[in-house]
Design a protein around this ligand. Structure first.
Ligand SMILES: CC(C)(COP(=O)(O)OP(=O)(O)OC[C@H]1O[C@@H](n2cnc3c(N)ncnc32)[C@H](O)[C@@H]1OP(=O)(O)O)[C@@H](O)C(=O)NCCC(=O)NCCS
Length: 109
């Protein structure tokens, strides 16, 4: 199995970054994707984590999250998991904890 690729981009000179981590197999077929957005100083938000159903349960999701977190212990990572993925993040043993005081403004359309 290959290693996930991490690419970071820094918009402007604020230190903020967007990291896109993707996992390809057999050439250029995208089988896994994860993204984080950060102010580069204190906080990061993980969004859009997905592995193709036929490639799930092979360790790809774990590697993608690992790549997003590595070298970034100075940041607090936040994510909103759906019901089926919630236990996945707890199971990873990478420091994700339930946190109650999260507020969400849902999209309107
Ligand atoms: C959630 C998701 C990204 C996990 O990806 P994956 O590649 O199947 O996960 P991995 O194979 O790396 O699993 C890592 C570990 O978590 C466990 N695990 C995987 N999915 C799990 C789940 N839904 N609940 C609990 N544990 C889970 C695995 O058994 C594995 O355990 P191990 O390391 O002890 O063997 C994938 O199921 C997915 O894309 N789901 C649909 C989209 C989605 O819900 N995305 C999340 C939005 S927040």
């Amino acid at each position: 199995m290959g290693a996930p690729h991490r690419r970071s981009r820094t918009p402007g000179s604020t230190g903020a970054w967007i990291a896109v981590c993707h996992f390809c197999l057999g050439g250029d077929r995208l089988v896994g994707f994860a993204r984080a957005i950060s102010d580069g100083a204190a906080n990061a938000y993980i969004s859009t984590v997905a592995v193709l159903p036929e490639y799930q349960k092979r360790g790809i999701g774990r590697k993608l999250i690992q790549r997003l977190l590595e070298g970034r212990d100075h940041l607090q990572f936040v994510l909103h998991a759906n019901d089926s993925a919630y236990p996945f993040y707890l199971h990873l043993d990478m420091g994700f904890e339930p946190f109650d005081n999260i507020l969400v403004r849902p999209r309107k359309f």
